[in-house]
Design a binder for this molecule. Structure first.
Ligand code: ADP
Ligand code: MG
Length: 586
């Protein structure tokens, strides 16, 4: 993204408070204008005093007082403009910063799982925090410096020509010369700075990856190696950063020099002009004032230009995430799907993730309300994908899925997902209390309802055995609980949500036989009266299925009731025989 585009987009984010922003901007421009008046008045006073010998004392006095009075008015005006800018710009920047964070947060959470699979959550967090910090800084600087600097350099500088065009030209020439030098440095360092930023990102990704895998690092005694590798990245960051810093140090020295050089030039040229009657002493004084002011403005401009360059990368990343579109789009006229009975139809449904190999292909089947449908087949056959399509984590490229006869693309995502409960193999939990985790799908559930659900899911007992009962914190991703406990909480969570359609994706696969038996019982409770899709490795667990779909490489190769398939002696019968023979399930 180009510099200007990012910059204007940053300012565009102030849109929700446009009027206030315009007001502050106006106050700031007034401020810049007033600053310019001061050196002019100073020069005029000097000229009045300079010519006092040839005039009556009274006239000199009146002129001086008039000028000083004007000066006082300008001073008071500046004070008010300053107060307005200081007071409102900070507040607005703080508000918009949190606003931008909220928008990013909601946007990222709504992005498809495919997006999150490719990106590290630590990285997304870094992009957010860094992005809003940059936004904040730029907004503040915009109101405090950018605008007034811009006005000073672009508008006021040419106006100095009216005061004394010879000195004005000299000043303009000098300012342009230094601006060009500075731009040269900026463009020189741009690429190098980009590299620095990408190393920084690598650093953050590495660190957060390591922090997320502490167990792995400790058990494989990788501490030393990990630290060493991180150190190596840090070395690269510094190696790339130093040349950039050298250039910027040069710019700083240069602007200092520019300041001195300009003042001396104006003095020398001004004196020569004065001796030839082409400039008054007051004009020289005014231009000295302009020069020092403009040089400091230029210095400021270089300062924020450089900062902006350091921040460009982070901002581009921030906007990149904001621009990522969700693969699953809700239609503008999407209806709200009420509570369904649970009639699910797949009709010639196909999806490919990579555009080459189909993940599921031509799936056609139907499930009546309250039915249990089992999806079986080897790993990678497309079972999870088929169910992901049902609650629209993706949309199929071909085919239609309907619930109660309604195309699921015609209803709102929220109402669709409210009708579907999912229990995964590895149920994750928020790092909150057990009660909070149970209420995830129904925040307004009463304590009685929650306890009833937990009891049905065989979870009440172990919850009560915890130190704080339902108020026990479960640790990050539920790490303080065992797998079986987590699964039973996940089942209770789904029970509480009470959806008419249920997806159990290998809900018991990670459990040992004893725990599985316990969880199976809880699952039976959960499945009662719901259309349930069960993905299971242990085929014995789907004996009651009304319909078994055998998937191989994304296609349904066999389907029918459990017994019927067994009797048929095909793929399914083979799978069952293999498992009963004690071989590991695929
Ligand atoms: N998010 C994804 N992006 C790309 N390919 C995927 C994704 N999820 C699954 N796949 C691929 O799609 C195929 C089906 O996967 P999946 O539905 O998870 O199978 P199953 O649940 O039967 O083990 C596999 O080849 C898998 O590698
Ligand atoms: Mg799967």
């Amino acid at each position: 993204m180009s510099f200007i585009r990012v910059y204007s987009r940053v300012l565009g984010l102030l849109g929700p408070e446009r009027n206030l922003a315009l007001f502050i901007a106006f106050a700031n421009i007034a401020l810049a204008g007033l600053q310019f008046v001061e050196p002019v008045l100073f020069g005029k006073v000097v000229d009045v005093l300079n010519g006092s010998n040839e005039r009556a004392a009274d006239a000199v006095w009146v002129d001086t007082v008039r000028l000083l009075g004007l000066w006082a008015v300008v001073g008071v005006g500046s004070i008010f403009a300053n107060i307005a800018v200081a007071l409102y710009s900070d507040r607005m920047a703080h508000r918009r910063r949190l606003g931008a964070m909220a928008v990013y947060f909601e946007h990222v959470l709504s992005l498809p799982l495919a997006f999150h699979g490719e990106r590290h959550s630590g990285r997304l967090l870094k992009i957010m925090l860094e992005g809003v910090d940059h936004l904040f800084g730029i907004w503040l600087a915009f109101f405090r410096e950018h605008l007034s600097t811009f006005v000073a350099l672009i508008v006021m500088l040419p106006l100095s020509l009216f005061l004394n065009w010879r000195l004005g030209l000299l000043l303009i020439a000098l300012i342009i010369l230094f601006a060009c030098l500075s731009v040269l440095v900026v463009t020189r360092t741009e690429q190098a700075q980009g590299k620095v930023q990408s190393y920084h990102s690598e650093l953050a990704a590495r660190a957060s990856d390591a922090l997320g895998n502490v167990g792995l690092i400790q058990s494989y005694v990788r501490l030393f190696l990990e630290a060493q590798q991180l150190g190596a990245v840090m070395q690269r960051v510094l190696a790339a950063q130093f040349p950039v810093l050298t250039w910027w140090a040069a710019v700083t020295v240069l602007t200092r020099m520019a300041s001195t050089l300009t003042v001396i030039s104006i003095f020398v040229v001004g004196t020569w002009l004065h001796l030839h009657g082409k400039a008054s002493v007051g004009e020289i004084v005014s231009f000295m004032g302009f020069a020092t002011m403009l040089i400091s403005r230029l210095e400021q401009a270089m300062g924020f230009a450089s900062r902006l360059f350091f921040q460009m990368h982070g901002l581009a990343e921030f906007f990149g995430v904001m621009d990522t579109k969700s693969g699953v789009v809700e239609r503008p006229d999407a209806k709200v799907l009420g509570r369904v009975t649970g009639q699910v139809e797949f009709s010639h449904v196909s999806l490919t993730y990579d555009g080459k190999r189909p993940a599921v292909s031509d799936l056609t089947f139907s499930a009546a309300p309250g039915n249990m449908v089992a999806l079986v087949g080897p790993t990678g056959a497309g079972k999870t994908t088929a169910m992901a399509l049902l609650h629209r984590l993706w949309d199929p490229q071909e085919g239609v899925i309907t619930i109660d006869g309604v195309d699921i693309r015609d209803v709102t995502l929220e109402s669709l997902r409210n009708n579907i409960g999912v229990v995964f193999q590895d149920s994750t939990m928020f790092n909150r209390t057990i009660a909070d985790n149970l209420r995830v799908g129904r925040p307004d559930a009463t304590d009685e309802e929650m306890i009833a659900a937990a009891t049905q899911a065989q979870a009440h007992e172990f919850i009560m055995a915890q130190s704080d009962g339902y108020q026990t914190m479960v640790g990050e991703r539920g790490s303080t609980l065992s797998g079986g406990e987590r699964q039973r909480l996940a089942i209770a969570r789904a029970l509480l949500k009470n959806p008419p359609i249920l997806i159990l994706d290998e809900a018991t696969s990670a459990l040992d036989a004893m725990t599985e038996a316990k969880v199976q019982h809880a699952l039976k409770q959960l499945m009662a009266g719901r259309t349930t899709f069960v993905i299971a490795h242990r085929l014995s667990t789907v004996r009651d299925a009304d319909l078994v779909l055998v998937l191989v490489a994304g296609r349904i190769v066999e389907s029918g009731p459990y017994r019927e398939l067994l009797d048929r002696g095909g793929t399914f019968a083979n799978l069952v025989a293999t498992q009963q023979g004690g071989a590991l399930p695929t």
